[in-house]
Design a protein around this ligand. Structure first.
Ligand code: AMP
Length: 281
């Protein structure tokens, strides 16, 4: 497995692969690799000749009071896991190279980014779309892989790729969960044992909502109330939002029909966790 830190070297490597007729699958991450990331790598390996993973804790997608400084970092562990899953190259740029002092340009998707997570994290998606644009330009992959766990992010990236004519296919893969149903996340490491136990209520509430809908409840307000009631049983869990939205437009819906996304964001202590399920009625 190759490790590249310089932007120019990364582009050169990618161009060489292209010239040899090889396709590149790209998995952007912030590191502290877990099975969720590795599921993207495995799919990329099936689809493409070469797999590039980027590891970059992107400062501009964190708010001033968020966890940029304490975000978990362990490059040795990341390299080991990436290598064992068959990553061909890790791109590990520095913040200084990605955002030099004279950096002035941002990419932002409007409309989809001022709701849900964008409401409580105002500049978050602008940071994500800016860094992903840079990474797309540096690596020029054929297919880029994202997780359904960050459902709004996946929709925003798809829209960006479409609107800006990136010749890159965006592939979105299912959420990988721990045994108890908690969605895997690098941020789960922040949780104490009791917080981790309480966090199981998120997926439990989503599954219960799914059952409620299957039994005929199609009123989104009733489904949201049901989820909130279950979550509120855990005193350590504070709800940021619970919404039922259209799975493509992210618009709130009243009557559940077609493709819907039930999305949840909570705080447990200082840790913000998100999860969702999709339903087709
Ligand atoms: P992150 O390192 O958290 O920025 O995540 C990098 C990529 O992995 C994003 O596309 C995430 O949506 C995806 N990802 C993170 N957690 C999971 C998970 N539990 N299942 C599937 N994909 C995930």
């Amino acid at each position: 497995m190759i490790i590249i830190k310089q932007i120019k070297s990364m582009s050169r490597w990618a161009k060489t692969q292209k010239n040899k007729g090889r396709t590149i699958g790209f998995v952007p991450t912030m590191g502290y690799i877990h099975e969720g990331h590795l599921s993207l790598v495995r799919k990329a390996k099936k689809d493409c000749d070469r797999v590039v993973m980027s590891i970059f804790v992107n400062p501009i997608q964190f708010g001033p009071k968020e966890d940029f400084k304490r975000y978990p970092r362990d490059s040795k562990r990341d390299y080991r896991l990436a290598k064992s899953a068959g990553v061909d190259l890790i791109f590990y740029p520095s913040t200084k190279d990605m955002y030099p002092d004279n950096f002035l340009t941002y990419v932002s998707v409007t409309g989809l980014t001022n709701i849900l997570c964008g409401r409580s994290r105002p500049d978050h998606f602008k940071g994500v779309t800016t860094v992903v644009t840079k990474l797309f330009n540096i690596i020029a992959p054929d297919i880029a892989y994202f997780g359904q766990k960050d459902a709004q992010q996946a929709i925003v990236i798809k829209k960006m790729a479409e609107d800006l004519n990136f010749p890159i296919k965006i592939s979105v893969l299912p959420t990988v969960r721990e045994g108890g149903g908690l969605a895997m996340s690098s941020r789960n490491t922040y949780l104490s044992a009791s917080e981790r136990y309480d966090a199981l209520v998120i997926n439990r509430a989503l599954k219960s909502a799914k059952r409620l809908i299957s039994s005929g409840e199609l009123n989104a307000y009733m489904v949201i109330s049901h989820i909130k009631k279950l979550i509120k049983q855990k005193k350590s869990v504070r709800i940021d939002y619970v919404e039922v939205v259209d799975m493509n437009s992210l618009k709130k819906i009243n009557k559940i029909s077609g493709g819907v996304l039930i999305v949840i964001a909570v705080f447990i202590g200082k840790t913000r966790l998100i999860d969702n399920i999709t339903l087709k009625i």
